[in-house]
Design a protein around this ligand. Structure first.
Ligand SMILES: [Zn+2]
Ligand SMILES: [Zn+2]
Ligand SMILES: [Zn+2]
Length: 149
């Protein structure tokens, strides 16, 4: 039964790749699968660890870069400066991200969460300054760490 669900998901990932003009490779599907099935963003070292021998670092780097360019995933730097990756909401497209949500960095488990329901507030810039992107990271204790106390 679980096999059916996995197959269905794999089909969706394949469609997503095709829609974005990317070839369906096992490595790309594997990365999509990992990033989609976590409730928080995935840090690059953790991802490297997970894919281990299956995908070499250069390939992984290229996959992440391509996904980011296509608006499939977005990158968040946590307070340690480590890159974390999360699946985008449907609003993103090639060279145009619309991930206007706040990120939450847990100071205990160090996970980065996409808080889709918390929107980045609009900021009024001084005259002559044009905003391209706002990264807002909130630090604190996440729900998992809070409840395990
Ligand atoms: Zn995005
Ligand atoms: Zn936590
Ligand atoms: Zn996010």
């Amino acid at each position: 039964m679980s096999t059916n669900i996995e197959n269905l998901a794999a089909k969706e990932y394949e469609d997503l790749l095709v829609r974005n003009g990317l070839k369906r490779t096992g490595a790309r599907i594997q990365v999509l699968n990992i990033l989609s099935n976590r409730n928080s963003a995935t840090s690059q070292p953790y991802l490297e660890n997970l894919v281990g021998k299956d995908i070499d670092r250069v390939t992984l780097y290229r996959i992440l870069k391509a996904f980011e360019e296509k608006g499939i995933i977005h990158k968040v730097l946590d307070n340690q400066g480590t890159a974390n990756y999360a699946i985008c909401s449907g609003a993103c497209s090639e060279h145009h991200h619309e991930d206007g949500h706040v990120h939450f960095n847990c100071s205990k488990c160090l996970r980065v969460y996409c808080l889709d329901e918390v929107k980045v507030p609009t900021l009024k810039m001084p005259k002559g300054f044009e905003i391209e992107q706002i990264n807002l990271i909130v630090e604190g204790i996440c729900i998992d760490c809070k409840s395990s106390n």
